[in-house]
Design a protein around this ligand. Sequence first.
Ligand code: HEC
Ligand code: HEC
Length: 264
Amino acid sequence: MTVQESSAAVPAAVRATDHHNQPERVEVGKRRTHILIALLMAWSSLTAFAAEPAGEQAPDTMQARVLACAACHGARGEGTDNDYFPRLAGKPAGYLYNQLLAFRDGRRKYPPMNYLLAYLPDAYLHRIADYFTAERPPFLPPATPGVDKQTLALGQTLVTRGDPARKIPACASCHGGALTGMEPAIPGLLGLHADYLSAQLGAWRYGTRKAAAPDCMQMVATRLGERDITAVAAWLASQQAPADPSPAAAGSLKMPLACGSVPH
Ligand code: HEC
Ligand code: HEC
């Protein structure tokens, strides 16, 4: 597949969202078809690339290949307006790699991503992770919080200080004071939509997202109630990202719980 072909799939999927005045059902159907086409092209370009011997890659760069991911994650992994499609750029490579493995091997479930990554070799997933880690696109603007003041204040307290009485550690104790994460395997929490954040915390509570044992995020998430989740998601999504979104250095934070996905 050529570069032109694979990039053509992306604007098609994006264009479908512009037809606001069409009936809802047609709109959703069209968008699904376009995303499906984008996915099929993504899949064939990815598998072809993985099989290619080194040295035959120009002009098929990694950048051209990951255009396949752009319909949902943005051209440089900056995220899109869609409430469930996360930013990838700048997250630690170890974290991104763990997620790609989790989707490939079914520990994290989202069918389009499970299909896209099925059968891709570990080495190729490493290269994809390295690509998005190095990108520094601007953040999407922070959201206007859709919750009342008390809920927002609860979110800020839980993120920055936790709630010792309920054994909830501060999110910042692992995700960093600037919430940009820590190398090599803890992600930043800014630049994500509130709906994405609450869906992830819910997935840990209900067991549909799992990380390596001991799964510290599962322990944290099961100590949070529905209102806590709404609160932290709304507060995080409303924060301006710092000028330098680089994760904190490995080992620079004293984590309150052990996490199996973080090497030590
Ligand atoms: C059809 C839309 C779609 C496409 C195409 C897609 N993704 Fe995703 N991706 C998602 C969604 C939605 C999630 C979150 C799923 C969930 O709820 O766990 C996700 C999650 C991820 C995550 C985890 C992010 C995090 O912060 O935990 C990574 C990494 C990722 N995708 C990489 C890729 C790569 C690389 C490609 C291209 C090869 C790609 N995705 C293509 C929709 C997509
Ligand atoms: C003990 C350390 C620790 C604490 C405390 C902690 N986290 Fe995490 N968090 C992690 C690790 C490690 C991961 C990566 C897990 C994986 O590999 O899937 C993670 C991942 C996440 C993710 C997934 C991000 C994405 O892009 O999909 C969210 C959301 C999250 N944490 C929210 C929180 C919130 C909210 C709090 C506070 C209530 C919190 N975390 C407290 C260690 C921690």
